[in-house]
Write a protein of this length. Sequence first.
Length: 393
Amino acid sequence: MKGIQYSFYVLLISLLVSYTNAQVVIFGTNNYVEYQVGTLPLVISVPHGGNLEPGSIPNRTCNSPVYAVDAFTIETALEIKNKLFAATGCYPHMVISHLKRNKLDVNRNLADGACGNPEAILAWGEFHDFIADARNAANQQYNDQTFFVDLHGHGNPIQRIELGYLLYDDELELSDNTLNTLQYINNSSIKNLALNNVNNYTHAELLRGPQAFGTFLTNNNFPSVPSQSIPFPGLTSNYYSGGYITANHTCYNPSVPINGLQMELNFSNLRDTPANRTAFANAFTQSIIEYFNAHFSLDWNSCNPLSTINPILDTTFFVHPNPVTRGNLIHFNLPENTFYEYQFFNLLGQLVVSGELNSDKTLDSEKLNSGVYITRILNKSSTVLMTNKIIIQ
Ligand SMILES: [Zn+2]
C-alpha cells in the first residue's frame, strides 16, 4: 500500500465527504489499522489505544518493549472528531491502530515496533502509509497548511497535558533567545511554522507564548506544558518530548512540510470518564481552532463550501437515473406545475449551470461534462427543496 498511489483517491473521497457529510472509513489488512478520511487540515493519529490481541502475532519481546496501553485515547479521539464536526461541519483525518501494544508499537521503528512478525510488519506499514495519505490529501486541499497531532496518554503523576515538540526537558529550560536559534528550531516539530508564520512569532513564542497551543489548552481549562504558565516541565517529571511518529510525520523530517506535535494526555479529569472526555474534546476543538486562526492563513470554513446547503429535505424528491449516461435525460421527481430552479455545482463548490426546469422536469445531461455534481432544486422563493449528488458518466 503506497501512499502516493492513494493520495488522489483519498483527495477525491475527501471532496465527496465534504459534500455529503458522510465519512469514509478505510481499514487495513485484518482491520488492525483504520483510517477515517477527513476534510479538515488536521491529522490525528492514535497509536497506543488498541486492544486487539490476535494469537497469530506473538507478544513483542525484542529490544525491551513497552506494553503500556494509552487507555481511552481512541474514545477521546472519536469524541474530538464529534466535537470538531459539530463546530465546523467537517471531520479531521484520523488514523488508529487497534492492535494492543504488546503486539505492535507503531511509535517505534519497524524493527522494534513489529519485532519481525509479518502481520505486524504489514500493519505497521499500513498505519504509516495512512498517515502519509492523510497528510497528502489535507495538504492538497489546504496548500500544505496541515497540522498533525500524535495522540497519547501518559501515566506520569502530574495531571497535565504534555506537548512534545521533539525538544527534551532540559532544552525547554533554555532561554527564549537560545530556543530561537536555528540549532533548536531545526530540531523542532514546528520548525516550518517557526520559520514562517503570519504574525512572525518566534519559536519560543510558539512553544510557550500567549498564542502557543499549550496556552490555548490551559486557557480552556486543561493545563499543558509547555505553555505560558508552565514554560518547561522540569527535569524529573519523565516528560515525553515526542517519538518516532512525530519525528517522521512532521517537518522535523525534511521531506514533510507540515507542523505538528505529540500530545500526551493525563488520565484524571480528562480520559477517565465519558463526561471528562467530552469536556476535553470541547476544549481541544476550541484550542485548535484558535491555534489555526492565530498562525495559519487559511479559510477554516473552506472544508465544506456547500455546508450552507440544506440536506435532502423531502425524500420523495429525487433524481434518476443516477448515475446517468451523458446525453440522456436527467429526470427530477418533483410535483408538476410549479416553478423550479436547478443548480449544478462541481466538486470545488462552483456553480456550473443553473436555470428554470422545464415542464417535463427533465434536463439534458449533454449540457454537462462527465463527472460528479451536487444538484440543488429551489422553489420560487429560493428555498432549497432538494440536494442530490449525481454522477454523469
Ligand atoms: Zn503512547
